[in-house]
Design a protein around this ligand. Sequence first.
Ligand SMILES: Cc1ncc(C[n+]2csc(CCOP(=O)(O)OP(=O)(O)O)c2C)c(N)n1
Ligand SMILES: [Mg+2]
Length: 550
Amino acid sequence: MKKGSDLLVAALENEGVERIFGIPGEENLDVVESLRNSKIKLVLTRHEQAAAFMAATHGRLTGKPGVCMSTLGPGALNLATGAAYAHLGAMPMIMITGQKAIMTAKQARFQIVDVIGSMRPLTKMARQIVSPAAIPAIVRDAFRVASEERPGPVHLELPEDVAGEETENVAFIPPHPIELPVAPLAALERAAEMILTAQRPLIMLGAASSRPKLVDPLSSFVRRTRIPFFNTQMGKGSVAGGSNLYLGTAALSSGDYVHRAVDHADLIIAIGHDTVEKPPFLMGPKGPKVIHVARTAANVEQVYFPHAEVIGDVGVSLALLADRLEGKLRPDPAFLGLRGEILERITDRAEEDRFPVTPQRIVHDVRKVMPEDGIVCLDNGMFKIWFARNYRTRVANTLLLDNALATMGAGLPSAMTAAMLHPNRRVLAVCGDGGFMMNSQELETASRLGLNLVVLVLQDNAFGMIRWKQAADGFADFGMTFGNPDFVTYARAYHMKGSRVESADGLAPVLDAAFADGGVHVVSVPVDYSENTLVLIDELQAHAAERKGQ
Ligand SMILES: Cc1ncc(C[n+]2csc(CCOP(=O)(O)OP(=O)(O)O)c2C)c(N)n1
Ligand SMILES: [Mg+2]
């Protein structure tokens, strides 16, 4: 005989789960006891939201669902933003929440909210477990649903009486490898024909191209076809460095230097584009034709309506397409000219020694101290645009950002998972002073876990991005500023080191020393956001006007 909670934990072990992030409540105590007797590690966090961000990032980086748990009502609702983060960001995740007993109601309606109902619109599947005997099948199904394309979160609710109920030992269902269908021949032939007849084809790598298993097939497609490419924000790094065909990242929807390449193209091969991302370019009645290559069909949007689709396993489809294209294409020489210009423009003034430090200098100096395989995890704020646009990546998933839910507060938790999975790589969280304070309590978790991690906090004493938008839209400067703790003292209160950058030239050495030191380290740097308007509005508008005049 086994308890429901034993079956749940054994089913998780059967899926290869090594850790569960979360905060238990009394309804989870059977599960906690079963975990104590298992190989799975319980990673306690200080807020359920951080547990969900950590589990989602685990799924994002490994392709296998990360698991988080919470109590009923209040704890479960604290997972909601993390559920949305995983749902929009296509990150495989399992959330397990407790619930009061379903056969009795000894506490009346105390703490009871409809968690399944709340989770349904934020997940791929939300189910209550009503009998221990059903656990092996439900867990297997949950993992399949979470990890299948398009990946995302699944919620399971385990009431405490089901967790504690004994049942006959039930057999587990072994996971097996799944091969996905390949795009039909007709679609491949049509796409190859369109690419061969185009004069200026260009590849765009979207969010789904960052899936861990696509790294090799994508790089090989670019290498074999020699078609120049650009990325969306979440597609960054999905082709290995050194191709010399990278034309930039679309951090804005139009008007940036990379859009000169988009405007020059007559065909865009959009690989893995997911329209949850802020549009990387705007399709209109004129402009390039678009082929959508992905595992799932394109969503038709006002700004994205492909002319042809290659739907199927992306890696295999790309190999079959490359068989039809290799050796028959030559990169348009104008793209290579544009490449030099775009890359030069985005590194403009990257070494200026103004203080407070410019965002361009911050991106430049972070790149300098991060090895190629170092991982930078961004929170959400103005700096995200600068990093997406200016930070060069040569290894997949080395700039983790959220251009889908675009929530604040995920920077530190996502970096914690990256540090946990890659203890030998440098990991840096970059947060604004707003977003950092939304989950800074997790510094305690990070230090308890013995992680090596540097947290760079950009200080402008404001919700800078909204303040910028307010100014750009002609509103008065109002309601966006706040005070801050002294971040060095704050770090010390968590028994960790904190440093303050006091000159532009001090940034790289302070970061380097923090990494060399090991452990968790907070570095605060004052940022000069006057560059936001200067470059992202004034300079780009002047540049657009100049091109119109040509
Ligand atoms: C949870 C959440 N709340 C609010 C927002 C809206 N928002 C986007 S950026 C931003 C300001 C970020 O401020 P900060 O973290 O200090 O970064 P900065 O832009 O100042 O560098 C806000 C309020 C959001 N994206 N997520
Ligand atoms: Mg700020």
